[in-house]
Every structure is written in C-alpha cells, then in structure tokens.
Design a protein around this ligand. Structure first.
Ligand SMILES: [Fe+2]
Length: 191
C-alpha cells in the first residue's frame, strides 16, 4: 500500500442540542470545548442545512465532535441494533480514575453500569444526553498473563470461524470468565 492512516482525526456524532452537549461533556467528563464552526450550507455537499459543529478535547490530540442540525427530523437510533453495540470508549489512566469518574457521574444522577471486567481492561458504561452510549475504560496493568495468551494467530482464526459459523469462537473466553461465570448459565449476554 502507498499510504497509511496516522490516527483518528475526529469522530462526529449528531446531537440534539449543541450547547447542552458541550456543557454536559465539560461538566461530566471534564472535556474542554476547543472549537465551533457553523454554516447554512454543508461544505462537502453544498446542500442547505444549517448546522452547528462543536469539537471537544478527548485528550492527547483526540477530538470528539458533534453536529446539531435543527432542520432535520428528530434524531433516532437504529431500532434493530441493541443499544450496547454502538458506543464510544474513552480511556482513563487507571482504576482510581475510573472509580472517581463513576462516583462523579452517579452523584449527578447518571445511571452507570460496571465496573465490567474485560480481563485486559475494565469499563463503565452510561449514556450522554443524546442517547449515545459511552464507555470509560482503563488498561489493566496486571493482565500480562492474559495478554500473552492472545497470540497473533487467534484473531485470524476467530474471524474465520465466526464468518463461517456466526457462533462465538471460544479462543478468548478466558477474558470474561470472571465477569460472565454466572450470567452464562442464565442467558446469552452482550458486552
Ligand atoms: Fe467497547
């Protein structure tokens, strides 16, 4: 190949209200508001569609952006996709930071799921005011044993098996053996 992607420049989601969204991310996730631009016409397509585009600092040069497009019908989500599937995961430094974030969120009345044990990282889950699912996660520094069990071949084998069978391959079940030990006896679970 003659080119390579350097990094994610920004990701953009729709929001219901740009001001409310900026204030929510500042208040709840301590993210800085770094840029706004707005036009009546869409630069790429030239279509008339007044918008406000806001950008938030997700750390280390990562940028989370939102569009408010008030002339469009009210935003919704794919009704056929479970609401735990489409989400944005943001990294925090360690477990202490994650627990402080959880406490901060819950204090202001936000429902938080977790801490969920993914073996090599640990996460909490909640929703922003637009209905976007967010994950905060930290990499587990004590997970060397588990990381070393994930060989280069595993991901290819798993993808091939899944593609053929559409049933979950078992290669990495050790990652969720603690978290899912009870749930598996009751019903299939998501992330
Ligand atoms: Fe995730």
């Amino acid at each position: 190949m003659s080119f390579k992607i350097e990094k994610i420049h920004h990701v953009a989601y729709r929001c219901k209200d740009a001001k409310e969204t900026v204030e929510w991310y500042q208040k709840h996730l301590n993210m800085d508001f770094i840029l706004a631009f707005a036009e009546d016409h869409v630069p790429s397509t030239k279509a008339f569609d007044p918008y406000m585009h806001v950008f938030l600092d997700a750390g280390n040069g990562n940028v989370l952006a939102f569009f408010e497009v008030p002339n469009q019908p009210e935003m919704g989500f794919d009704p056929n996709t479970p609401n735990w599937v489409q989400h944005l995961a943001l990294k925090v430094k360690d477990r202490d930071e994650l627990l402080r974030a959880k406490e901060h969120l819950e204090k202001t009345g936000i429902d938080v799921i977790g801490v969920t044990n993914h073996g090599i990282f640990h996460s909490i889950y909640f929703f922003d005011p637009n209905g976007h699912r967010l994950e905060l996660t930290y990499d587990d520094p004590t997970s060397h044993d588990k990381v070393s069990m994930i060989t280069e071949a595993i991901k290819h084998d798993m993808l091939e098996e899944w593609s053929r069978t559409k049933r979950a391959p078992t290669h990495t079940q050790f990652l969720h053996s603690d978290e899912l030990s009870e749930a598996k006896e009751v019903a299939p679970a998501g992330e």
